[in-house]
Unconditional design. Structure first.
Length: 97
């Protein structure tokens, strides 16, 4: 196998990554760590179908939603990785009032 070429003949991701990870790489890692339980469960799935994929997508969305609601500092995932923390919509602010 040629260095930097993956088993499928395409470029290996490692071959074009810089020596230090990008902020997207770090964000992906942070999210993967938060989804560790789902990744573990996914590894045990023998046969994937559209229904199974949809269930995992819903579970990941729900996990993210719950994490956002329970963050000690709302918006910290965005801020920690150098992304703008989105503001709340006026409708949401009015509901809280």
């Amino acid at each position: 196998m040629v260095a930097g070429v993956g088993p499928s003949g395409g470029l290996s991701r490692l071959s074009y990554m810089s020596s230090s990870p990008s902020r997207i790489d770090l964000l992906e890692l942070d999210i993967d760590l938060r989804l560790a339980d789902l990744w573990r469960e996914a590894a045990g799935i023998g046969e994937w179908s559209l229904e199974v994929v949809a269930a995992f997508m819903r579970a990941a969305y729900g996990k993210g939603y719950c994490d956002a609601l329970t963050e000690e500092n709302p918006g910290s995932l965005c801020a920690d990785h150098g992304y703008r923390v989105p503001g709340r919509s006026l409708d949401a602010a009015q509901v809280d009032a």
